[in-house]
Design a protein around this ligand. Structure first.
Ligand code: EPZ
Length: 438
């Protein structure tokens, strides 16, 4: 498995460009299942999860042409398989996003239950309960969800109240409702920017979605959807990660092709912690540590627009360099502190209380060590800690970071970081994307 070798202590300086949002590209790719016409997506990030989603679409029978690295032309005209297999879903739970589109367009779907992952059990019970409200018959069979549309083959619009905010649950139901008979109201819907991005694509395909981005989304079902062209929004979590990279190394970065207003409360919390963030223009931020230095400041993760769980690990790394005591509270997932123990090995003073609060004392001098990544955002946190540490850090299992960050080591090297990928074996590398012209 590939590793990253980082020699820390260098202040980053220069310009980085943000890639498309993985967590928007994944549902938008799944949305292409809703039509037999071609859906063209631009600004798809070159990350492992998008390669996995592409493979799922091709396994279902769709064709995916990639005229250039970040453009995907998806045509689900000849779908003859309606199943997302265990082998695929266990590597990427976002494959469950095939469930809503498959049952909406074909009236049937068989999707493996995702099982747990490093950060928590992550069930999909809310997806399934909501699909039943649209008339789907759903039962579990040998670890698979088997779903069927009601007699007549079409889902029926209904009012759905999510008892808990679920991002992919909202996305699955949003896609399913576009082809249901009648109107669906999703209440308690997730408000992440990726939901509004998906809704924009769906409306371009002929759907009638209103209110995406708010907690109540109304969908008027239509008979069929058509092809469309859409550009994926920038990745707000990658943006936040690079802001932290500037601050934690005492450098300064110009961050281009981002979308500051999607950052929700991240900018406000980082400013409180002593990070200077300036909006240069609607797609560019400038970030650096303030001359007064970093200050300990508490955060609690919550659904959008509050502080995102996907920035929690990166923020914790920053707090190891801040003066004072900060409390980081994780309310979304039950086991998302594995990066804390790895950073302790680098000299960070972090005390985990219970399973959802970490207390960080700073600033602490981090020293390079051999550490192991456990999940996507924990990997990013260890890279950030390695950039700030004295000496050399070796991070194992960087395939986790390849899932959601496009060429992160190249981007970091371009702004002065001393980071290299140590290839353990050819198989671990991302497969070359065969760019098949249309
Ligand atoms: C999405 O995961 C993101 N993934 C995650 O990003 C992100 O951390 C998460 O939302 C929260 O923002 C994608 O968009 C592909 P949830 P998702 O359903 O949809 C519980 C990353 O790093 N829940 O909003 O799977 C669940 O266990 C990834 O890019 C149920 O109990 O998250 C969790 O505690 C990691 N039953 C909470 O709700 C359900 O049916 C929020 O989960 C669904 C969820």
């Amino acid at each position: 498995m590939d590793k990253f070798r980082i020699t820390g202590g260098r202040a980053l300086a220069g310009r980085v460009t943000i890639s498309g949002a993985k967590n928007s590209a994944l549902p938008c790719m799944a949305a292409a299942i809703l039509t037999g016409e071609t859906v063209t997506l631009h600004n798809v990030p070159y990350v492992r999860d998008c390669l996995t989603q592409r493979r799922l679409l091709e396994d279902l029978g769709a064709t995916v042409l990639v005229p250039d690295l970040r453009t995907h032309k998806i045509t689900a005209a000849n779908v003859e398989l309606f199943e997302a297999p265990y082998e695929l879903v266990k590597t990427m739970r976002a494959s469950v996003l095939a469930l809503g589109p498959l049952i909406a367009r074909f009236g049937k779907a068989k999707v493996s239950l995702p099982g747990g992952c490093a950060i928590g059990t992550r069930p999909i019970d809310l997806h399934l309960e909501a699909l039943k409200l649209l008339g789907a018959q759903v039962h579990l069979e040998a670890g698979y969800v088997v779903a069927r549309a009601p007699k007549g083959g079409r889902l029926v619009g209904a009012g759905i109240e999510f008892p808990k905010v679920t991002v992919t649950g909202t996305e699955n139901l949003l896609m399913a409702a576009t082809l249901a008979r009648g109107t669906t109201r999703l209440m308690g819907a997730a408000r992440e920017p990726e939901i509004a991005d998906l809704a924009e694509l769906l409306n371009r395909m002929g759907a009638r979605v209103r209110g995406a981005g708010s907690e109540t989304i109304t969908v008027e079902g239509v008979e069929a959807l058509g092809g469309a062209e859409h550009t994926i929004i920038p990745d707000r979590i990658e943006t936040g990660t690079f802001i932290v990279a500037a601050a934690i190394t005492g450098g300064e970065l110009e961050i281009k092709d981002c979308c500051p207003q999607h950052l929700g409360s991240v900018v406000a919390r980082l400013r409180e912690a002593g990070v200077e963030i300036e909006e240069v223009n609607p797609t560019t931020l400038h970030a650096r540590r303030s001359p007064e230095g970093l200050r300990a400041s508490d955060v609690t993760t919550q659904p959008y627009p509050d502080f995102p769980t996907d920035m929690q690990a990166q923020y914790m790394a920053l707090m190891t360099q801040a003066r004072g005591r900060s409390r980081v509270t994780e309310t979304i997932f039950e086991n998302r502190f594995m990066h804390a123990s790895e950073m302790q090995r680098m000299g960070a003073r972090i005390q985990v209380e219970g399973h959802n609060t970490a207390v960080v004392e700073g600033p602490s001098e981090l020293s390079g060590a051999r550490v192991q990544a456990s999940d996507l955002r924990a990997s990013a946190c260890l890279v950030l800690a390695g950039l700030a540490a004295r000496g050399e850090t070796l991070i194992d299992r960087v395939y986790h970071i390849d899932r959601g960050y496009e060429k992160i080591e190249a981007k970091l090297r371009s702004v002065g970081a001393e980071i290299e990928r140590v290839r353990e074996s050819v198989t671990a590398q991302l497969p070359p994307v065969e760019t098949v012209t249309a």
